[in-house]
Design a protein around this ligand. Structure first.
Ligand SMILES: [Mn+2]
Length: 362
């Protein structure tokens, strides 16, 4: 595996490439052109400039997270075709610059959803948190406003303020959307895009829905082992793969994460991994916590062992972190706690690989 860090670009991230370069064991970043709206073609010169900037800081661009899918594609409107063509062109342009991995998601309207962006934990740090009771009581547009008012001045992915006016219209458009229709639209997207990804040698890695259940009555698909299996079979190509996000899938206790990693990893369909821990307090009520196993509901040793056992060679990144040491920044994406996460995961990996070699000697 290759340990990486998510970086939003110098205009959109307080964390610098210089800081990332100094985290022990970090080799590269996962980045994006954050200001390009979903549906538009990414210009080659912009991609190249991003790559050059990262490389001159002594890091590599290990992949893109995300190239967002336009809502019209998810809705399956007549406009979808145009946006799919643009998506393909973006993949070609990325390939021209040597990009080999693209992460994306297929969640309607809302990207990841939390009900508190700065819940205070026992140790005084703060973190992202989710409580289904809040979701049940709140109007989605109101929630959208609150997220924007509490994000320390940062624009959160999927929660761009210019979308607020659109939210009501979008929810209206999705009012008769069913899971099966959404699967169909996802299949149409993949049938168009995966052959281009194959030509371009770009591994596509869908991110699970976060949280992995329906929110505000909108259908969600990438939620369980069964649905991941259905997904990879929509287009049976090694380029049609997965991002395993342990914290997204892991808040549903029915999802056995090490087993999921072993199953899809041995099929060669995991191309990217987000590794973080979550503490489930009761069904559909959880906090994001420090990476170390004892703080959450996931066994990080078992998770890293599963990646090791399937010989996972793709990029891994620590996922969201808490805000610690009085850091203020983009919720979930501060420097310190994510850096601690990266080092901890690297430590587990070193121990697992050395124990394995030791055992094989005896
Ligand atoms: Mn994730």
């Amino acid at each position: 595996m290759k340990m990486t860090f998510r970086w939003y670009g110098s205009k959109h991230d307080k964390v610098t490439l210089k800081q990332i370069r100094q985290i022990p064991g970090l080799i590269g970043v996962i980045s994006t052109l954050y200001d390009i709206p979903a549906g538009e073609v990414w210009p080659v010169e912009r991609i190249r400039a991003l790559k050059d900037e990262i490389e001159s800081a002594g890091l590599t661009l290990e992949g893109i997270e995300s190239v967002n899918v336009h809502e019209d594609i998810k809705l399956g409107t007549p406009e979808a075709e145009k946006y799919i063509e643009n998506y393909k062109q973006t993949l070609r342009n990325l390939a021209e610059c040597g990009v080999k991995l693209v992460c994306y998601n297929f969640m309607p309207v809302f990207d990841w959803t939390r009900t508190d962006l700065a819940k205070i934990l026992e140790d005084g740090s703060n973190t992202l948190s989710y409580d289904e009771d809040v979701i049940r009581k709140i109007d989605p547009a109101k929630m959208f406003e609150e997220v924007n008012n509490n994000s320390n001045g940062y624009v959160l992915p999927g929660w761009e303020p210019e979308r607020l006016g659109e939210i009501k219209r979008l929810l209206e458009l999705y009012s008769d959307m069913t899971e099966e229709k959404l699967w169909k639209n996802l299949e149409n997207f993949l049938k168009e895009v995966i052959p281009v990804a194959e030509e371009c040698d770009i591994k596509m890695a869908i991110h699970p829905d976060d949280p992995p259940w329906s929110v505000f009555g909108l259908p969600r698909l990438i939620t369980s082992k069964e649905n991941l299996e259905r997904f990879i079979n929509l287009v049976d190509s090694p380029y049609n793969g997965l991002t395993i996000c342990t914290g997204s899938l892991g808040v549903d206790p029915n999802n056995n994460i090490p087993e999921i990693i072993r199953y899809f990893g041995s099929k060669g369909r995991i191309h990217f991994a987000h590794v973080r821990n979550v503490k489930i307090h009761e069904p559909r009520k959880f906090d994001e916590v420090a990476h170390k196993s004892e703080y959450g509901s996931l066994d990080m040793f078992e998770i890293m062992k599963a990646f090791y056992d399937v010989k996972f060679e793709g990029p891994i990144r620590p996922d969201h972190g808490r805000m610690i040491w009085d850091e203020e920044g983009r919720p979930g994406y501060g420097l310190y706690d994510r850096a601690l996460g990266a080092v901890y995961l690297n430590g587990l990996w070193e121990a697992i690989s050395k124990m394995d070699k030791l055992n094989n000697k005896n």
